[in-house]
Design a protein around this ligand. Sequence first.
Ligand SMILES: C[S@@+](CC[C@H](N)C(=O)[O-])C[C@H]1O[C@@H](n2cnc3c(N)ncnc32)[C@H](O)[C@@H]1O
Length: 191
Amino acid sequence: MIPFNKLGWAFHRFGKRIYPQEVRQNLCYFLDTLPPEAKVLDVGAGTGVLCELSLACRDDLVLSAADPAEGMLQYCRESVHTVVAPAETLPFDNNSFDGVLMGEALHHFRNVDAALLEIKRILKPNGMLFIYDFNPKKFKGAFIAKSEILLGEPGNFFVPSELAEKLSSFGFQATIQQYGYRYTVHAKKGK
Ligand SMILES: C[S@@+](CC[C@H](N)C(=O)[O-])C[C@H]1O[C@@H](n2cnc3c(N)ncnc32)[C@H](O)[C@@H]1O
């Protein structure tokens, strides 16, 4: 297993490098669809890299961050409300958030279906989910996937079309944007 609890300093220092400019821009397009002062939860937030990138797009967001590793969350900026929790059991009421973000986190979840059910539960009707992850069918994506599995991680990597299908089975309408071995998903929860 990757010892995330001890790696906060590294993600805090280098984590933004995993997000190329076009993905940051895509995140801004996603956030533009949310209402003023939208409530947004970053799931598997780590040190809050996606929260930082989101605030660079829009400074009116009300951000929360959930992650099981306290040693990662401690690097989030003070204005972000942090909660030590896995994606599979999120301590929030139903219909609490306008948006949920997941940046290179989904493949670490032990139970993806349980996590998607939780995210659906806490999103408001028509709430939006943003996912950024790696495509295991591309050379670099396959390398990352194999390395993580060797390290004892769950390695729940999805080909973009498979993830869109899975999201659809959970009642989300998903659109995919691919950037080589990386991709983003914008998924809308139904009413
Ligand atoms: C590669 S880091 C990404 C962190 C952050 N999203 C970023 O982009 O820098 C993966 C994160 O997933 C978290 N994680 C692992 N298992 C998880 C789970 N079941 N639920 C939520 N987060 C989890 C880890 O603690 C770690 O912070």
